[in-house]
Every structure is written in C-alpha cells, then in structure tokens.
Design a protein around this ligand. Structure first.
Ligand SMILES: Cc1cc2nc3c(=O)[nH]c(=O)nc-3n(C[C@H](O)[C@H](O)[C@H](O)COP(=O)(O)O)c2cc1C
Length: 205
C-alpha cells in the first residue's frame, strides 16, 4: 500500500505531550506513514500530563498503538531508541520529513551540536544533512540564551523552529482546540491536507 507521505515523528520529554497525541492521530488519519520515536523522558511526561502509561516492551507498544489508532504495522512503526539499523537512521532510506513535538531543550541542544546520541538525534542529523524538512517544536519558558542560540543554529541550517505557542484569535473553547492549532501549523508546513482547524480568513468573524 502506498501512503500520501512518509513522516518521522519524535516525541521528547518537554511539556505538551497532548500536542503530540493530536499530531500522531492527525497524521494517521491523513493517510501518512509514520515512524514513531519516543525518548525515555517523553514516556514520563506522557504519563504525568496525559495519564498515558504505555508498554515498555517495543513489540507490545507497537501492537498497542496500532490497535488504538486502527492502523497496520506498515502505517505506524515505533522504533527503539538505539535502533541504528532502522530506516530513519540512514539518508538512503529515511523519510524526508521529520517533526519533533514537543522538543526538549536537551534534544534541541544535542541536535544543534550534532551529537546523535540516540535515534531521535541521529534521525534529525540525517534529515539535516540530506536537506530534508525538519520541524522542531520547543517548549520552555523563558528561553535562555542557550536555547535561543541552539534555535538560531538550527534555523540557519534550514530547520523550522516552531515553538509551541498557539494563537487564540479563533477563540478556542477546549484544550484540544488549542492543541489542534499547532497540529494544523505542522500539517500546513508539511503540505499535508487536513481539516484540523478553520483557516485564518474563516476563523476571524
Ligand atoms: C513533567 C516534566 C515536564 C518537563 N517539561 C520540560 C519542558 O517543558 N521543556 C524541557 O526542555 N524539558 C522539560 N522537562 C525535562 C526533560 O524531560 C529532561 O531534560 C530530559 O532529559 C529530556 O530528555 P529527552 O530530550 O531525551 O526527552 C520536563 C520533565 C518532566 C518530568
């Protein structure tokens, strides 16, 4: 089966894992093939913020998420943190599009330094070197000079730095609607059609 787009989606241990859950669901509903990467800290934040306790075992996690989102193993694959033989670890096989949502200050720094200490950092390093499309979604406040410098470094490399800073002009009524604002921004940048939110011109009335 061929999907509209192949996307690597990574979630790290910054606050805002609800954004990630909406983004994953929207990508799958939009007929994207998703390679999913989770940091250890991301699992802690998911449990803390969203009461999402996910299986530690990779095979069990794959089955759990495929059942939950009613997709097959081709459309959604969760990869291990050190799976250096996976498709996302090499420029010859990785998707050209990658999103890190949310992106911790630690992962931001590691990518800006090119450390490639885990599969998330390596996959980002590969997308940058292959001149693909990388979107990082940092969440911290206030930003320190370290964060800002790392964002500038990545932005100069062509990475889209999209802080988790939703707008409120469309008068969101729920947390879900606030989170969908950012999801819509990501899909717009990836040029994936969606109906997550009304457009600017339709929202202001
Ligand atoms: C509940 C919780 C919320 C956190 N929120 C943030 C945050 O908003 N931004 C951030 O940069 N780090 C945050 N952290 C700290 C990161 O999880 C920590 O620095 C971790 O080492 C990041 O590792 P990772 O980038 O591999 O996920 C938070 C940690 C926890 C437990």
């Amino acid at each position: 089966m061929s999907y509209k787009k192949r996307v690597t989606l990574a979630v790290t241990g910054a606050s805002g894992s609800g954004y990630f859950l909406h983004l994953l669901k929207t990508l799958l509903v939009s007929d994207c093939q998703v390679y999913l990467l989770l940091s250890d800290a991301a699992k802690i934040v998911l449990a803390t913020e969203c009461d999402e306790i996910w299986p530690d075992d990779l095979d069990a996690l794959n089955i759990y998420l495929q059942n939950r989102f009613t997709v097959n193993s081709e459309q959604l694959t969760v990869l291990g943190n050190k799976d250096w033989f996976s498709v996302v670890a090499s420029g010859s096989s990785c998707p050209s599009k990658m999103v890190i949502c949310p992106c911790s200050g630690g992962t931001l720094a590691s990518i800006a330094m090119g450390l490639s200490n885990n599969l998330i950092q390596r996959a980002a390093d590969v997308v940058i070197k292959e001149k693909g499309q990388l979107i990082v979604m940092p969440r911290e406040t206030p930003f320190s000079v370290i964060h800002l410098q790392n964002m500038l470094t990545l932005s100069k490399l062509g990475v889209v730095v999209m802080p988790l800073a939703p707008g409120f002009y469309y008068k969101p009524q729920t947390i879900d609607e606030i989170q969908l604002f950012m999801v819509a921004k990501v899909l717009d940048h990836l040029k994936i059609k969606h109906s997550a939110l009304p457009r600017w011109c339709d929202a202001i009335q």
